[in-house]
Design a protein. Structure first.
Ligand code: SF4
Ligand code: SF4
Length: 154
């Protein structure tokens, strides 16, 4: 039996409105980075999101978020696919989390990886206010994201 948590990139879950459906879908089907639990019972203890892109002093802010689930006998914390594809601070985060919770296993990934470059391009579009008011992460997931040039035709 494994007790896991997921931490997501808040650019994706808060700004781009992702409900973590692909993470949860692959977890149910034991795909992607959940394959290693194929023979095991799996308990999702909680999903948290990163505290937001840090200022110079703030990578430690993430510890407050992690604490919310780490205190519930967590075996592993999964950094979401979006974090692994987008976050320039991921190594620093891993370091501060590991220092605070040395027993906690950190896994870099959740659902089966996408094309990182395409994904980054899509998220960049979604973070621009003109696009984010009419499209969200579901458009990346379903392949319906339109970039500004395409939107002229709609
Ligand atoms: S990894 Fe994918 S499904 Fe999971 S929170 Fe990030 S964008 Fe959403
Ligand atoms: S710090 Fe990293 S994980 Fe957090 S919102 Fe920024 S890019 Fe995403």
């Amino acid at each position: 039996m494994a007790r896991i948590g997921i931490i997501t990139c808040s650019n994706c879950t808060q700004e781009a409105n992702c409900a973590s459906v692909v993470c949860l879908g692959d977890m149910r089907k034991r795909r992607g980075f959940f394959e290693e639990y194929k023979e095991e019972e799996l308990y999702l203890i909680g999903i948290i999101n990163c505290a937001g892109c840090p200022t110079l002093a703030a990578p430690e802010k993430i510890l407050r978020r992690v604490k919310a689930i780490a205190e519930y006998r967590l075996d592993a914390l999964h950094f979401s696919y979006c974090m692994t594809a987008l976050c320039p601070f991921i190594k620093k985060y891993q370091k501060v989390i590991q220092q605070a919770y040395p027993e906690l296993k950190i896994v870099h990934g959740t659902h089966a990886p996408k094309d990182d470059e395409e994904f980054r391009k899509g998220v960049k579009e979604l973070l621009c206010p003109r696009i984010s008011s009419i499209q969200d992460m579901n458009d990346i997931i379903k392949g319906t994201l339109k970039i500004p040039g395409d939107l002229k035709d709609t």
